[in-house]
Ligand binder design. Structure first.
Ligand code: GRF
Length: 201
């Protein structure tokens, strides 16, 4: 049986990308990281992919006149690599409903808060500043709404008195790097069933 192909979409640092690559190397995930798609030519994740010898395609959104034309380019690249699962790892673009519909239950995302709380691009900071005592990490399927699709795994992180924002960020990322590979493995092994919008194992 052929191994599944994972395609990672990322725009920034790429620590989750590296965690996924490591999980593939150590056999936690039995699949190939077929490709990294990056929309930001200056993103540090590109260097990480070069070092890990992962094929990378840079599709700079600023080179396209519209989201539609950008996504058409992405779809063209995805066709060429038989993508089984699209893994968003700090991808800073909102995918259009028509893009999402094209890959039903095949796009997942990691969000650094317990959804539906603290949606958006600054979730760790927002939770810290709000003063909640518990935040966490969510891995979910991507649907047509932002930070909204069916939840695959959630793990709470208690905010401690000695946390600064930086310390909390580190603790959240540590959890991300452990549970994203777990969630990817569950998806690829077909262990997940749907009951309405609920994901059950
Ligand atoms: C992570 O916190 C992830 O939850 C969010 O974006 C961040 C990406 O970090 N979606 P990195 O680029 O993987 O280090």
């Amino acid at each position: 049986m052929r191994k599944a192909n994972i395609v990672v979409f990322a725009s920034g640092t790429g620590s989750n990308f590296s965690a996924v690559v490591r999980a593939v190397k150590t056999g936690v995930i039995k699949a190939n990281v077929a490709l990294l798609i990056c929309d930001n030519p200056d993103a540090p994740v590109i260097n990480k992919a070069v070092k890990a010898k992962i094929k990378t395609v840079i599709i700079a959104a600023k080179d396209f006149p519209s989201r539609d034309s950008f996504e058409k380019a992405v779809i063209g690249v995805l066709r060429s690599c038989n993508a089984d699962l699209i893994v968003l790892a700090g991808f800073m673009r909102i995918l259009s409903p028509s893009f999402v519909k094209r890959y039903p239950k095949r796009i997942i995302n990691i969000h650094p808060a317990l959804l539906p709380s603290f949606k958006g691009a600054h979730a760790i900071r927002d939770a810290f500043e709000y003063g909640v005592k518990v935040t966490g990490v969510t891995v979910h399927f991507v649907d047509e709404q932002t930070d909204h699709g069916p939840v695959i795994i959630q793990e709470p992180v208690r905010i401690e008195g000695k946390d600064t924002l930086q310390r909390l960020e580190k603790r959240i990322h540590k959890v991300e790097h452990r549970i994203y590979p777990e969630a990817i493995d569950l998806c690829l092994r077909g262990r997940l069933r749907f009951r309405g919008r609920k994901v059950v194992r």
